[in-house]
Design a protein around this ligand. Structure first.
Ligand code: SF4
Length: 499
């Protein structure tokens, strides 16, 4: 009788990087990927952007050839790569495939640097070199050298944040920076065989390794198995304590699992203490602070779009460009009016958006915002629109930040230590949670905007996206109206002030 031995999953660059973060993650990815959280809008937007940057980077290497075989066609991809390498007329290979001792990699760009030597180039959408990139390049170099390829240079090609687009065609040589990291990567090569050996050993186990979730689950990447690994944890798990994680680490070392079990002698920040106390709190000054607004009260929120590859003249990569605003105007008699702007075509929206905004905000009243981001956007608009500069800067003097008001004067256990409007609004105004919306976060709104304006050709679909964007932006501004109302009610109904 023969015993069935399951085929061991192959290692790859991404599994190597996952394994460096956590052996349990590597195990899950290899055997139970279905336990991972679904790719959300934000993650999908990052993946799409990475693909766009990768495709654009290839244009910097004229004559380069793409290995078109996908990740599931590794034998064909290896064969195609070998064929391209023997052809001296091909100066660069994109998505070249190599395998060494069971580890498979695809190289973004492999460029000829001599008759028998090659330059390895990894393309990243980031605007600087990060620690994880050295390991990314080290595993690729290890496999390439093992496969007999002579690597003369190891480089990272990333976005140049200082490039200012002048309109017309993108200047690819300025858009990207190629950094030679050979000296940083080569010394790391000696440690790779041991790391791979340990990972292979993990993959031979019958069960996943025991690894407790903590800070390592979020760096260098958010682990998609977080929800699975923490599903048994209490809402009062010590890891949910906000602020510096130093206290959390100390408590975890002492075996303290719940926030409620933190000894009273442990010094906590004000917010950490509120989370530990876990009771509603109103400051004595809340009432006066809420009354410091002036009618008509505007409630303003911007949505911005940050293309990695600039689309508008005089912008740089990742520059936030406002594309949309919502303003709920509350008058002294209690009436509410909603005004909104959304650019729906590919023009630079900034001037039109600013003119409409100045008209909507007028000369009077407070402008309620949630965070200082609106101040940043107004100031940036003033810089690029000299004719509107004075009026735009005057708006910043009318801003009234509800976030800082709540942070300083109110706490509710439902916040669980977070003052994000995504936590605060559903807690205090459950009917305005974000769960009924198609767009629920800024990153998804930005990705949907890009799709509506630059990709979508079907006008029905464009209308649908525009409507989802309007609903999302309006939710934040209506939410601010309701948050002020709920807080005012709480002040009215409370007993004597407590501090
Ligand atoms: S959530 Fe943390 S412990 Fe669980 S697999 Fe991911 S990195 Fe490992």
């Amino acid at each position: 009788m023969t015993t069935f031995i399951p085929k061991r999953p192959r290692l790859s660059k991404s599994r190597f990087l996952s394994g460096r973060q956590c052996h349990k993650r590597l195990y899950f990815e290899a055997y139970t990927p279905e336990l991972a959280a679904e790719t959300d809008g934000q993650r999908q937007a990052m993946l799409d952007m990475g693909k766009q940057i990768g495709d654009t980077a290839q244009q910097c290497f004229p004559g380069g050839q793409l290995v078109t075989e996908g990740y599931r066609q590794s034998a064909a991809a290896l064969e195609r790569t070998a064929t391209f390498m023997t052809n001296p007329d091909i100066p660069a290979i994109f998505e070249a495939a190599f395998q060494y001792e069971g580890t498979l990699i695809r190289v973004d760009i492999l460029e000829r640097s001599g008759e028998q030597t090659w330059r390895l180039i990894e393309v990243k959408a980031s605007s600087r070199v990060k620690a994880v990139h050295y390991h990314d390049l080290a595993i690729q170099t290890h496999v390439l050298q093992g496969a007999g390829i002579v690597i003369s240079h190891v480089c990272l090609m990333h976005i140049n944040r200082h490039y200012v687009f002048q309109g017309g065609d993108i200047d690819l040589r300025q858009l990207f920076v190629v950094e030679d990291l050979t000296e940083e990567v080569f010394p790391r090569l000696s440690g790779i065989p041991d790391q791979l050996e340990q990972m292979r050993a993990v993959l031979t186990q019958e069960v996943p390794p025991v690894v407790k979730p903590d800070g390592h689950c979020h760096t260098p990447y958010e682990c998609p198995f977080w929800e699975h690994c923490t599903k048994e944890k209490s809402e009062r798990w010590i890891y949910h304590l906000p602020g510096t994680k130093e206290v959390v680490r100390r408590m975890m070392k002492q075996g303290i699992e719940l926030i409620d079990d933190i000894p009273s002698r442990v010094r906590l920040s004000t917010l950490q203490q509120r989370v530990k106390d876990n009771v509603e709190w109103l400051s004595p000054e809340l009432e006066q602070t809420l009354k410091s607004v002036h009618y008509p009260i505007h409630h303003l929120d911007f949505e911005t779009f940050m293309p990695a590859i600039p689309l508008y003249s005089q912008t740089h990569p990742y520059q936030p460009v406002p594309t949309q605003w919502s303003n709920h105007i509350e008058r002294e008699d209690g009436t509410l009016q909603h005004e909104t702007y959304l650019c729906t075509d590919h023009r630079d929206p900034r001037e039109e958006l600013a003119v409409a905004l100045l008209s909507s905000l007028g000369q009077d009243g407070s402008i309620c915002v949630y965070s200082d981001y609106e101040k940043y956007v107004l100031t940036a608009l003033a810089e690029v629109l000299p004719s509107l500069r004075t009026e735009l800067l005057q708006l910043t003097h009318r801003l009234w930040d509800l976030l800082s008001v709540i942070q300083s004067h109110y706490y509710h256990p439902g916040f669980a230590g977070s003052f994000s409007i995504k936590s605060v609004l559903p807690t205090l105004v459950p009917s305005l949670s974000y769960s009924d919306l198609e767009i629920r976060d800024g990153a998804t709104a930005s990705a949907m905007y890009h799709q509506m304006v630059f990709k979508e050709t079907d006008w029905v679909e464009r209308q649908r996206i525009a409507s989802a964007l309007h609903e999302y932006c309006a939710r934040d501004t209506l939410g601010m109206v309701e948050l002020r109302r709920v807080l005012a009610e709480k002040v009215q109904h409370r007993g004597p002030s407590t501090s």
